[in-house]
Design a protein around this ligand. Structure first.
Ligand SMILES: [Zn+2]
Length: 280
């Protein structure tokens, strides 16, 4: 066998087992020990598990130190970060992202979906730096890069243009943040634009949705409707969805369109397998 792992434990099981792997596939799991393979690892009773998938990350923000967020709000975090990202050097971004990737790999994460800000401040600088960092770990960790228009699309033609460029230049998933727009009409336009770009690139969609306690924002419904309209079921992920937890504070008849997950869940996946697991 190519690889054997000795005296390991499966999650939730007490008995000690040994594992054998050939051609990348597990071919033996047994309680009696195996002869050592070409590479043999002594687990000493530690747990073995499949590699982890991190479905939501922001590498360019990793390991940043700097201004404190005094209000603790998302809006202040975005404003602080707008000032920081304008001045970050490529070397700084690549260095921190590479360190974060190394930590992820060392802790068992081999798939990651990573958001990169695409806007008039960052332009494509963050994207280029993150792609450079990911290239250093090609073949070890599989990173999907989400083009994330954090500063809006509906009234921001420059950001729309940059999103198209980002998808032609290394990003593989279209992101979004419709509740960052001025109102629900602009949020609908934001989602419309994102799907135009996704369709043209045959790309999946993964949005930051309703990341607020304000029940005014219910863009999750718009995203669900658009997903169905475009036949994109199974290819769209909605993250955060915090306002869904306040849904009882406003009239709402559309909750049953929003997938099987209930209020307060961090990620909604519209009728399909987790998108990050389809990396490859
Ligand atoms: Zn995020």
């Amino acid at each position: 066998m190519d690889l054997t792992i000795h005296h390991a434990r499966l999650d939730g099981a007490e008995q000690i087992i040994s594992l054998g792997i050939t051609d990348g596939k597990i071919v033996a799991i047994q309680e009696t020990d195996l002869p050592p393979g070409e590479v043999a690892i002594e687990a000493n009773g530690a747990m073995v598990s499949p590699a982890f998938v991190d479905p939501h990350f922001h590498l360019e923000n990793a390991l940043l130190s700097g201004a404190a967020n005094l209000s603790g709000t998302l809006r202040e975090a975005i404003n602080i970060y707008a000032g920081i990202k304008a001045d970050m050097s490529r070397e700084n971004i690549v260095g921190r992202a590479a360190q974060a990737l190394r930590m992820a790999i060392a802790n068992g994460t081999l798939w990651m979906r990573n958001n990169v800000d695409i806007d008039q401040i960052a332009r494509l600088r963050l994207l280029d730096a993150i792609c450079e960092a990911c290239d250093k770990f090609a073949g070890v960790i599989d990173v999907q890069v989400v083009a994330f228009p954090q500063l809006g699309l509906a009234r921001n033609p420059e950001a729309v243009d940059l999103m198209w460029q980002a998808m032609a230049r290394g990003a593989t998933v279209v992101g979004g943040m419709p509740h960052g727009e001025r109102d629900m009409d602009d949020a609908a336009r934001h989602i419309e634009i994102a799907f135009e770009i996704a369709k043209a690139h045959n790309a999946d969609v993964d949005m930051h949705v309703d990341e607020t306690d304000d029940p005014y924002w219910h863009t999750l419904e718009l995203l669900a409707d658009k997903t169905i309209e475009m036949g994109y079921q199974g290819r769209v992920t909605a993250g955060h969805c915090c306002a869904h937890g306040c849904v009882g504070q406003r009239p709402c008849g559309a909750g049953d369109r929003e997938g099987a997950a209930g209020p307060g869940q961090h990620l909604h996946e519209f009728a399909g397998e987790p998108a990050a697991s389809r990396a490859g």
